[in-house]
Design a protein around this ligand. Structure first.
Ligand code: ATP
Length: 199
């Protein structure tokens, strides 16, 4: 599973549709200060479901949308698509390529897509569980992250180890099952109440 390309349109400083292709081995992004290098890392985090504005250096939801410049007017939406090769089927989809897209409009409307089909944020999270990619992933190491990991609380550090060792998925599935069991128990209590009322 490799990152093949990313297409950014209307996200932060990327007013024009911009496509970056990555090769299997090593890709480097260089540019002057303020040219948008970190915005690319933000775009990758964002499309993978980042919900903390702080983690993508924003304060308001609309901070991710191009706000205009001397040359171009502000945009109404931000859209990022990322393509992973999936020949090794690391992602649980029977296709050689998986494309994930996130789009948000200024009025707050937002959507996620996997291979052009509308999905929920939950589906994006589940897709990348135990791959090292995604919200709890360790595949994006930003400035200061190593220090943060070293000085973090043991339970925070444990999350990274869980993801790397492949047990995060099972923990997630256990939590989901416990939620369903709780709902079922509540439904049973309600049914008992109804039956009691009918007797
Ligand atoms: P450095 O090398 O200094 O870390 P960089 O190449 O990583 O810089 P970024 O931090 O990615 O640069 O980009 C900063 C630029 O992005 C700033 O010029 C900022 O004005 C612009 N920018 C951020 N958000 C938006 C937005 N919503 N609309 C337009 N421009 C934006």
């Amino acid at each position: 599973m490799n990152l093949k390309s990313i297409e950014i349109h209307g996200f932060k400083s990327f007013a024009n549709k911009t496509k970056l292709k990555f090769n299997n081995r090593f890709s480097l992004i260089v540019g002057p200060n303020g040219s948008g290098k970190s915005n690319i890392a933000d775009a990758i985090r964002w499309v993978l479901g980042e919900t903390s504005l702080k983690n993508i250096r924003g304060e308001n939801l609309s901070d991710v949308i191009f706000s205009g410049s001397d040359l171009s007017k502000a945009m109404n939406f931000a859209k990022v698509s990322i393509i992973f090769s999936n020949e090794d089927r690391k992602l649980p989809i029977e296709l050689d390529e998986v494309e994930v897209t996130r789009k948000v409009y200024r009025d707050g409307e937002s959507k996620y897509l996997i291979n052009n089909k509308n999905v929920r944020l939950k589906d994006i999270r589940e897709l990348f569980l135990d791959t090292g990619v995604g919200k709890e992933g360790y595949s994006i190491i930003s400035q200061g992250k190593i220090d943060e990991i070293l000085s973090s609380k043991p339970n925070e550090r444990r999350k990274i180890i869980d993801e790397a060792s492949g047990i995060a998925k099972f923990k997630y599935q256990k939590e989901e099952s416990l939620k369903k069991l709780k709902n079922t128990d509540e439904n049973l209590i309600r049914i008992k109440d109804i039956l009691y009322g009918l007797e």
